[in-house]
Design a protein around this ligand. Structure first.
Ligand code: ZN
Ligand code: ZN
Length: 595
């Protein structure tokens, strides 16, 4: 493997020399700026051997370096050993960013190459301006990958299917009309969309191109004269083709994107979001490009009534699977059976896949026992997997894609003998979860205004957590979607009725334990007064919290009442779907907390 990596880097250097390029930047993304990418785009992984989900490779004539963040320092150091690739630890003092590094080491007049399809309009412009200021030149069409990767996987081939309107709740033609009307307000007569989840939502189509994200690899141009989906024609069967045709959408090959954009009328005004559209596409659009925010994310985030009732039903089935998993963990531990983090993850997938309308998991399950729970992006591997013991905390963050909705839930449970510290930490996290979940706030309030509500009890004791408190969640789509989020940084998008967002405060003590309590919540109207319209959250997720971890002496009467009311609802809605044994277990798990 190591010599293989060295050979690949050297093969790349041949193209550097041939193209008179002194450095190349290879990011981990695709032409759609996706968070998760198909195997075809795993170029950085192929060239470096590093398998983490975040990281950028830079190769010069005499050096190769990989920038990645703290989640991957240990993994990257191990995988890069003996490859000659130097690890650059992002975020540590003394680690320069990539462009600053290149400015420092390259002689003036040097050329820095990258593939313009993999950098957004915004980021490519930023890089080019920075390089130019220091006498370097950006070469934005440097892409020798096909030549040095003969076994490069094909573009994803999964078929595209129609997401039935009985789940989607609104037709593609109605959505297209809405999007074009919004674009008109920005002075555009057409809209070019690269983001895969935006395309899937707009056309009510789905596929299996990317693990956990039911999207299809494609570009979409919407226009009043007729719209075009650019995708591999082999992915489109007759039914899907007829459906698209009925909605005014014709299909063109994915590979013809450059020619297709170049052939648009010279006077066309095409709206494209500059941080989600590739530099290469933007360059071809040239004077036709209207840089503006895509109208799709906001329309997509505000779920319609059918999506909301579908999600409620999906939550019931997901809750049943969760209850069965929690029961099985308890039973297995009592019986002394060998259970590990990986078997828990497999158990959850198995139980969910038996539920109606299951399609896939919505992300890789995080099952972290004891100190593993404190590693925020932990996924158990053969090398790290540990056996569960009847003592200590287990953090389980998991979810599924169902045709009628997407789920994402975290429960932290005690496997036995909860300590005072565990109960103290869990209760503080829950107090924040409850406070956020019961907030009433005026329309127009954004997520960052609410973030401190969830952190207040931790802050009070000098504690905190480093991740956001809430992310948007798609409908049978990506488990992470914008534009809203609940976090410390400024977020301009107000929490709006119909939005589904997570409520997931946590607390992580390195080397000890990790706690996170996550439900999905729906923004709904609360009341209208002479002071205006007020909103609140409706909790969608249905699964008990571990009663043995609450320290009621730290809780107010209202907080105890919130837990009891939530548990009563969980019991009421899940019981009809459970066997008698399961219902009996749930009755105990949801019995009222008392002081
Ligand atoms: Zn989660
Ligand atoms: Zn989440």
């Amino acid at each position: 493997m190591k010599t293989e990596i060295i050979n690949r880097i050297n093969a790349l250097r041949v193209f550097l020399a041939q193209g008179n390029v002194q450095a190349v930047i290879i990011p981990q993304t695709d032409p759609h700026q996706s968070e998760y990418i198909a195997a075809h785009w795993e170029v950085r992984r192929f060239l470096s051997g590093f398998t983490g989900s975040a990281g950028t490779l830079v190769v010069t004539a005499d050096k190769a370096l990989l920038w990645t963040d703290s989640r991957y320092f240990i993994q990257a150091a191990a995988q890069l050993q003996d490859t000659g690739i130097e690890l650059m630890k992002e975020g540590l003092p003394g680690t320069p960013d990539i462009i600053d590094y290149l400015i420092k080491v390259l002689p003036k007049g040097s050329r820095v190459g990258f593939d313009g399809w993999l950098f957004s309009v915004d980021s490519a412009a930023r890089i080019a301006a920075q390089l130019e200021k220091h006498g370097l030149e950006a070469v934005t069409d440097f892409d020798p990958v096909d030549a040095i990767w003969p076994e490069r996987p094909l573009l994803p081939q999964a078929p595209i299917f129609v997401h039935d309107i009985k789940y989607a709740g609104e037709s593609a033609s109605d959505k297209i009309a809405k999007i074009l009307a919004k674009a008109k307000e920005e002075g555009a007569d057409a809209v070019f969309i690269s983001a895969l989840d935006e395309i899937a939502w707009t056309l009510n189509i789905r596929s299996r191109d990317v693990k956990c994200n039911p999207v299809a690899t494609a570009y979409l141009l919407l226009s009043p004269q007729g719209s075009t989906l650019l995708t591999d024609p082999a992915k489109v069967d007759d039914i899907t083709r007829a459906y698209l045709n009925d909605n005014g959408v014709k299909v063109e090959p994915y590979a013809t994107i450059a020619d297709f954009l170049a052939a648009l009328p010279a006077d066309a005004k095409v709206l494209a979001q500059p941080d989600k559209t590739s530099h290469a596409a933007g360059k071809i659009l040239g004077g036709r490009l209207v840089k503006a925010g895509s109208p799709v994310p906001m329309l997509k985030a505000c779920k319609n009534d059918i999506q909301v009732s579908g999600t409620r039903a999906a939550m019931e089935r997901d809750g049943v699977a969760m209850v069965r998993a929690l029961m099985e963990i308890e039973r297995g531990l009592k019986a002394g059976e060998k259970m590990t983090e990986i078997t828990i993850s497999d158990l959850l997938t198995d139980l969910r896949s038996k539920q109606d309308l299951y399609f896939d998991n919505s992300f890789d399950t995080i099952a972290g026992f004891r100190d593993h729970g404190a590693i925020v992006h932990y996924t158990a591997t053969e090398a790290t997997d540990v056996e569960l013991q009847p003592d200590g905390l287990l953090l389980i963050d998991s979810g599924a894609q169902y045709l009628d909705g997407t789920t994402d839930i975290t429960r932290t449970i005690s496997l036995g003998n909860p300590t005072d510290l565990q109960r103290h930490d869990f209760t503080l996290v829950m107090k924040g979860h409850i406070a956020l979940g019961s907030m009433i706030f005026p329309a127009g309030t954004t997520g960052h205004q609410l973030d401190a509500i969830a952190r207040q009890f931790l802050w009070q004791e000098g504690l905190s957590y480093l991740h956001g408190t809430g992310h948007g969640v798609g409908h049978f789509l990506n488990v992470h979607e914008g534009p809203q989020s609940i976090r410390l940084n400024h977020v301009p998008t107000p929490l709006t009725p119909g939005m589904i967002t997570s409520n997931e405060p946590g607390l992580y003590r390195e080397g000890v334990h990790g706690i996170r309590c996550e439900n999905l919540v729906l923004t709904v109207p609360a009341m209208t007064t002479e002071f205006g319209e007020f909103l609140r959250f409706e909790t969608l997720t249905l699964c008990p919290f571990d009663r043995s971890l609450f320290d009621t002496s730290l809780m107010t009467d209202e907080e105890i009442a919130w837990v009891n009311a939530y548990h009563a609802e969980v019991r009421e809605r899940l019981t009809p779907m459970l066997t008698a044994d399961e219902a009996a277990w749930l009755a105990v798990a949801t019995a009222p907390l008392r002081r």
